[in-house]
Design a protein around this ligand. Sequence first.
Ligand code: FAD
Length: 480
Amino acid sequence: MNKKKYDIIVVGMGPSSVFFAYENLKLGSKKDVLLIDQGKRVEDRNCPIEKTGKCVKCKPFCNITSGFSGAGAFSDGKLSLYNEEDEDFYVGGNLHKYLGVEETKRLIDYTDQIYLDFGADKHLEGIEYKEEVSKIKQKAKKQGIELISIPIRHLGTEKAHSLYKQIEEYLEKSGVEMSFGTIVDDLIIENDKIKGVKIKPSREVENEEAELEEVFADKVVIAVGRKGANWLSDICNKHQIKTHPGVVDIGIRYELPDKVMEKINQYMYEGKFIGRPHPFKDKVRTFCQNPSGFVSSEVYDHDMALVNGHSYKDKKSTNTNLAILVSHNFNEPFNNPILYGRNVAKNLNELGNGNIVVQRLGDIFRGKRTWQEELDRNTVVPTLKSAVPGDITFAIGYRTMSDILNFIQEMDKVVEGFAAPDNLLYGPEIKFYSNELVLDNNFESSVKGLYSIGDGCGMTRGLMMASASGVAMARILSEK
Ligand SMILES: Cc1cc2nc3c(=O)[nH]c(=O)nc-3n(C[C@H](O)[C@H](O)[C@H](O)COP(=O)(O)OP(=O)(O)OC[C@H]3O[C@@H](n4cnc5c(N)ncnc54)[C@H](O)[C@@H]3O)c2cc1C
């Protein structure tokens, strides 16, 4: 750290933070800003799984989720835009609840242009085939499933990485101070007013006795993403920062042949299907679809391994993967969605000996686990080589599992082959959000001077809205 006191400290360097710093520069702000992340510079981040064949649980932090550009660096880089005619946002988060729909649309256009300026592909997916999409929508509706189709700009995993590298260089050349390998352990709050943060080096992550350094600021912006959701929940409890009860999305990553998903992939690139299957009527949705993509794994606190997926612009598989997620919230006497999700993940991780578990759909319907020999003969060849065949149903609760299986069967009537026995389920895929922070329209929390943006506080759920929330934050703080 160059100084002991800053005007603004941003915790986390995911897309929300990066776009905050970018816009702050564009506005010609003279404020001293410090960005802090527990991970590494983007060029130093790499996931060894391709060489090692299995997740080695990088220390001190997983390179997929931590460091410059956060979870964005290895993401598939699908930037979800919006339909001009829509009067609401159905994808990417709730930024519009703070700023209004029209302002959010303008903000997304502006943010999209920044991505284009840094080299994003000009081509938009999902805008050419309106008639074909409308027919699929009708078919889905008959099954009680809603299909949401919005324009998508696809960066691709390798392009996302290099694009964020350019932004990192731009910020650095422009004099933005960035502290890597640094954990924000706690906040300094006095009389309901933020004073600064307490930090320690990332190498001391396991050392609870490590000495904490204090860095002061008039304003602190929390931008910790899903990676920091657990930490943020603890911090909110400790300092009594106001929150709304949160949700947790629990589910699986589904892998099936490109051939089955051919039309959805061609017409929309990513179809977002939402159902409420019998008997629970919970919201079940598909999310993060990756045509010709690869299933991947990432590691969170306490070595928790979660599954995800991505796709490259050039390197292709013959499978499509997508998440099928069920939103759960709780009330009396238990209201801890993060703990619930962690317990599901822990059980499933243990069943996979620390690895992601994979199971054939046909085996689940036959009430049996999947064995390696069966996986070797399967027509859908798994793209996540480190996944261990087993039985997901031992760990995912009856309610979630019924939701997922009933949804898959309903989807089969919309997309033939969606419920084929050789299709693969990988688990656990869990999206943690901290209990949603109570924020005003300036993104300020119940603690004066403490703000929050991006996925971690429950405001956003994807790259574009997270990035746009950073732009909005810079504009708000420039006026203060
Ligand atoms: C494999 C993968 C694929 C994805 N694909 C897509 C996609 O195609 N489209 C899409 O819209 N979204 C996708 N996402 C989600 C997207 O990446 C996130 O929505 C987005 O990155 C959220 O941005 P953020 O700034 O809120 O937080 P993040 O990107 O999560 O960044 C948070 C940062 O905060 C740091 N941090 C956390 N706690 C602390 C602390 N206490 N001290 C210091 N630093 C801390 C972390 O190290 C991290 O770098 C994908 C994610 C993954 C992992």
